[in-house]
Design a protein around this ligand. Structure first.
Ligand code: ATP
Ligand code: MG
Length: 201
């Protein structure tokens, strides 16, 4: 079983959106995927309630319960753990992680915060990758942000552009690959999943 944690103390970067769409994309590739929602806001659980399709299972979890729940998660091939935008809350999840994904918007406030989670992951000996999220479709902003982030850790080679499909799919309890299978958002999520899949094999 692989455990991928979505973490960063910045709010609204796209942790929950990516957790849900990536879990669906992994399921479409034949993996048994589940999501642990460690955020008291319970946004992933709200998504799950909107959802008609089978899987991925979503369960709420207290940070302190994560080690036990992760150990018991043997019937899954993949557990995504969605965390609250707060460094302390993410640490329990980080301990269980095979890979920590840090969504980061191409804006100074997000980039300046990046070393905090990167240092926490490094201290625990955990792999981490930044994913540029909500990037403009054009222009050099995302490239500049990737350069700035590369000083703090690996930057995933796939960017997630700001696209209304992400918000609309979420509101229907869908992953973007279900909502608009041939759309650009779906292609980005599939590419990001393929990269994460390789990194965590
Ligand atoms: N790539 C994207 N394109 C457009 N909108 C996006 C994208 N990613 C996320 N959003 C929107 O941004 C908002 C925040 O996203 P999300 O809830 O996934 O962030 P979060 O990091 O989980 O936030 P929190 O820290 O509050 O848990 C939501 O309204 C979501 O629909
Ligand atoms: Mg969230």
């Amino acid at each position: 079983m692989r455990i991928v944690v979505l973490a960063t103390q910045k709010g609204g970067t796209g942790k929950t959106t990516l957790a849900c769409s990536l879990a669906v994309a992994a399921m479409e590739r034949g993996l048994r995927a589940g999501i642990l929602d460690a955020d008291p806001q319970a946004t992933a659980q709200a998504w799950y309630r909107l959802r008609d399709a089978e899987g991925p299972d979503v369960a709420g979890v207290e940070p302190a319960e994560i080690p036990a729940v992760a150990t018991a998660g043997g019937r899954y091939d993949l557990l995504m753990i969605d965390t609250a935008g707060q460094a302390s809350a993410a640490n329990a999840a980080l301990r269980a992680a095979d890979l920590c994904i840090v969504p980061c918007r191409p804006a100074p406030a997000d980039i300046l915060a990046a070393p905090v989670v990167a240092d926490a992951a490094r201290k625990l000996g955990k792999s981490l990758a930044f994913v540029l999220s909500q990037t403009p479709p054009r222009g050099g902003r995302a490239r500049e942000a990737a350069e700035a982030l590369s000083g703090s850790g690996t930057v995933a080679p796939v960017q997630i552009v700001s696209r209304i499909a992400f918000a609309d799919a979420f509101g229907l309890g869908l992953g973007v690959t279900e909502y608009e299978p041939r759309g650009k958002a779906a292609a980005e999520i599939r590419a990001l999943w393929e990269w994460i899949d390789k990194e965590t094999r």
